[in-house]
Design a protein around this ligand. Structure first.
Ligand SMILES: O=C(O)CCC(=O)C(=O)O
Ligand SMILES: [Fe+2]
Length: 273
């Protein structure tokens, strides 16, 4: 079961200064029951998605500053110790993925996570579709709704949920990798930082590398604060050349945590074999 292959820019600021619409408490209510979907959508409406799309095209990553507030981050991180939320736990050292551990959520996902996954997908699908067309991939169009993508995954034997919660302590790190999980790979994923750099931990920076054909790899460090979300390319993105588009390969990882504890929430949109 291949899960992962080993191997500063402008932020899209919220459109107004209003406090983010409060999302439902993590895990408290079944999805849809208390308007988590509506509230997630309201939270995403604060961003300039045209600007986010431009960031993704230009650099393979984009930022959603303050997607979650401090209380939501704390609630999410605290779930790590509630075994009922998860289907499996991975100790990275045992797989040579790095050092530290993470857990994959089980279905049904907590309401907040379910709502974010659905709403983020709808915003990112046009970027994915644009990339697919630029790369002239043989694949069919990405569906507009996340539920339809999941139906495709399940028909292809990718049935297990991929969202995950990661916990790093001092000396932990995450090797450069790609989160593929099967043949069906939606090209964008989201990582939310649930801890505050400089307070909760030092070191532990999210790194994205890009490799252009016949060139050496370049590393970008993503400037995340507590509650910020990074949108990153999962595997590749198109770059416009003089003779059409070509593929740039991406990998991501986390540099060594020097002190403290760092939690992140990972949202991958395709499911796993
Ligand atoms: O902890 C991080 O910043 C990276 C997490 C990660 O690799 C992922 O969510 O896919
Ligand atoms: Fe990852």
């Amino acid at each position: 079961m291949v899960k992962r292959l080993a191997s500063a820019a402008q932020a899209a600021l919220p459109l107004d200064d209003a406090a983010p619409a409060p999302l439902l408490q993590a895990g408290s209510a079944p999805a849809g029951a208390g308007g988590a979907d509506v509230q997630a959508e309201a939270a995403l409406q604060r961003y300039d998605w045209t600007a986010v799309g431009r960031q993704l095209d230009r650099q393979g990553w984009g930022l959603l500053p303050g997607l979650l507030d401090a209380a939501q981050c704390q609630q999410m991180a605290a779930m790590y110790d509630e075994a009922a939320h998860f289907r499996s736990r991975i100790q990275m050292q045992r797989h040579a993925f790095g050092r530290g551990e993470y857990q994959y959520f089980a279905y049904p996902l907590p309401a907040l996570l379910q709502a974010l996954r659905t709403a983020l997908y709808a915003r990112l699908q046009p970027v994915a579709e644009h990339w697919r067309q630029q790369l002239a991939s043989a694949t069919t169009p990405w569906p507009a709704q996340h539920a339809a993508l999941l139906a495709q995954c399940h028909a292809a034997g990718q049935c297990r949920p991929t969202p995950l919660l990661l916990r790093y302590g001092a000396e932990d790190y995450n090797c450069l990798h790609q989160d593929l999980y099967g043949a069906l790979v939606f090209p964008l994923q989201v990582i939310v930082l649930l801890s505050q750099p400089g307070e909760d931990f030092d070191g532990g920076e999210l790194v994205l590398t890009e490799q252009r054909p016949r060139m050496q790899s370049r590393a970008q460090v993503l400037p995340l604060q507590l509650g910020d979300a990074a949108i990153i390319a999962v595997r590749e993105r198109p770059v416009q050349g003089t003779r059409g588009s070509y593929r740039v390969q991406h990998r991501h990882g986390v540099s060594t945590v020097l002190r403290g504890q760092r939690h992140t929430l990972g949202i991958v949109f395709h499911d796993a074999e």
